[in-house]
Design a binder for this molecule. Sequence first.
Ligand code: HEM
Length: 197
Amino acid sequence: MYGLVNQAIRGLVESRFGEQPWQQIRVKAGLENDVFLSMESYDDAITYNLVGAASEILELAPEEVLHAFGQYWVLEVAKKNYAELMKAAGSTIPEFLANLDQLHSRVLAIFPELQPPSFRTVLIEPGKIRLYYYSEREGLEPFVLGLVAGLGVFLKLPVAVRLEASKGGGRSHAEFLVTYSEKAMDEASANEPRSTC
Ligand code: HEM
């Protein structure tokens, strides 16, 4: 994956846990230094090793690391550095999810060796979407869970996402159930009964 991704893992670890755990993770992952060129494509093994090392050093399950990384990617990396792309992808959960392939096609113009994921959405009923996730990579379902959760925070819209089937065992893709509301969180909480005291 592009150096940008490994750099973001470093950003997540340093901001939440500090410089020392990051150095321990880097050494455990077998990296001699922590220079990642954001525009250079690195072997996927480096990213997976960083997640594995982070899981051991931080005593978190790899799924928890990936989930946290998904949220961090949307709320810290994408929101701050790719605001225009994020804005163009939509303002509701179904619209944004349906535009993910288009978003990555635009990213491809910046990162020509990108091996992007692909998503397909099917509306089950208002407020419920089945999200199909296709990737050449393995084991990134918890990352998608974190990304979608981050998207809810980014759009200020309530969202819940559940993994229904992982890729593998003959299945070419993973499936998620996404439950959402088109009403903003502020509005939703404004309508909640207030406690009086
Ligand atoms: C402007 C915002 C975004 C940018 C710039 C971006 C860019 C990237 C980049 C550089 C990679 C690494 C792939 C590679 O190097 O070959 C990647 C992977 C990925 N992206 Fe995005 N992305 C963005 C938003 C999103 C969002 C909002 C989602 C989902 C909700 C998403 C889902 C994924 C997934 C699941 C992967 C892992 C690769 C795989 O599954 O094979 N991305 N993206």
